[in-house]
Design a binder for this molecule. Structure first.
Ligand SMILES: [Ca+2]
Ligand SMILES: [Ca+2]
Length: 177
């Protein structure tokens, strides 16, 4: 596996552990989706609910695939097995990426403004300098907006355990030794 992908697996685990107790549980995903929803007060309820459903499906898929001892928690040791069969997560990641990015398109223009992008990714727990770096890499237009599709694709890449050398690696920048 690529070094960037290993790094991202660690970063993603830390991000998913939203309450910082060292294991992933359903409550971590509820916490993240609440933070993301709170970051975009202008988003309509339909899009917020789709985003929450994306987080829930993601958790259910992770739990179904990775909670080896079925105790309702995913430890880091259990989590690392995600790299062995990335294809099992593609459906859940795809739904998550689509519902997440589209929530940021608050006016239906197909674009996401920088403050919305930043607020949502801070809600997930990314660092502001890394968020800015990714926004720039996604090629903002004159109105300082990026395309929803470009963001959605990069979210899928970020959570794919087998990708490397991609703009989404900018989000994992702080964890590079
Ligand atoms: Ca946790
Ligand atoms: Ca477990």
């Amino acid at each position: 596996m690529r070094d960037e992908a290993v790094n991202r697996v660690k970063v993603v685990f830390t991000l998913f552990d939203a309450d910082g107790n060292g294991v992933l549980e359903s409550g971590d995903f509820d916490l993240m989706s609440s933070r993301v929803a709170a970051a975009v007060p202008d988003a309509d309820e339909t899009r917020k609910n789709a985003m929450r459903a994306g987080f829930t499906r993601y958790w259910n898929t992770l739990a179904g695939e990775l909670d080896a001892d079925r105790d309702g928690r995913i430890t880091y040791d259990e989590y690392q097995a995600c790299v062995l069969s990335p294809e099992r997560f593609e459906g859940a990641i795809g739904e998550f990426a689509a519902s997440f990015a589209r929530m940021g398109d608050t006016d239906g223009s197909g674009r996401v403004a920088r403050p919305v992008f930043t607020g949502m990714l801070r809600g997930v727990g990314f660092d502001p300098p890394n968020i800015d770096a990714l926004f720039e890499a996604l090629g903002p237009d004159d109105a300082d907006r990026i395309a929803v599709e470009a963001w959605e694709a990069e979210i899928r890449n970020f959570y794919a355990p087998d990708k490397g050398g991609i703009p989404a690696d900018l989000l994992a920048g702080s964890a590079v030794g």
